[in-house]
Write a protein that binds this ligand. Structure first.
Ligand code: IMP
Ligand code: MG
Length: 180
């Protein structure tokens, strides 16, 4: 057990504490509820990393919400994405005519979303925007419009609140940095 009250193999430094995440997600939920007043939104949760953020966000949205899931993977391994994207699990339902919000954990190079968004737009949603919990602008390789953005963070590898290192640490209730 470490000072954060969690058992971890690595030493992890807190970058964004739980309270700050909660506050930001509440703000994002309020903004989305206002922007989509009178409409119904469909959240597309990009598995697995976005699951914690997506659930917390959904709880803060006051207009009617539906949620669908998609899992994509970038080819290659390690901590960088190679620029190719493969659908591992597709959505269960059509998004035609829907007000879609793609919910991401983090935008890094931007390659994943840059490939995914055109594919989703081909399915003719009424409109489609992106909501990300974290954004690493320094790492961006492709331009993209992000409507809702929780935190801009420096170029450090982060874990927690859904984000993993080798599939671990998704359950940390804060955003942390592994001290190597
Ligand atoms: P992109 O295609 O480079 O924007 O990569 C996005 C994906 O890479 C995210 O959805 C995460 O799964 C993963 N990723 C990028 N940076 C981090 C990080 O700091 N920690 C954990 N996963 C990350
Ligand atoms: Mg992801």
């Amino acid at each position: 057990m470490n000072t954060l009250g969690m058992e971890t193999d690595h030493k992890i430094r807190v970058m964004i504490p739980e309270e700050e995440l909660d506050k930001k997600i509440e703000e994002l939920g309020a903004q989305i509820s206002k922007d989509y007043a009178g409409k119904q939104v469909k959240l597309i949760c990009i598995l697995k990393g976005s699951i914690f953020f997506c659930c917390e966000l959904a709880k803060r949205i006051t207009v009617p919400v539906t949620i669908d899931f998609m899992q994509v993977s970038s080819y290659g391994s390690g901590t960088t994405s190679s620029g190719q994207v493969k659908i591992k699990k597709d959505l269960d339902e059509s998004i035609e005519g829907n007000h879609v919000i793609v919910v991401e954990d983090i935008i890094d190079s931007g390659n994943t979303l840059a490939r995914l968004i055109p594919m989703l737009k081909d399915r003719k949603p009424a409109d489609l925007v992106v909501c990300t919990m974290l954004d690493k602008p320094e790492r961006r390789e492709v331009e993209m419009e992000v409507k809702y953005n929780g935190f801009q963070i420096p170029d450090e590898f982060v874990v927690g609140f859904g984000l993993d290192f080798d599939q671990k640490y998704r359950n940390l209730p804060f955003i942390g940095v592994i001290e190597m």
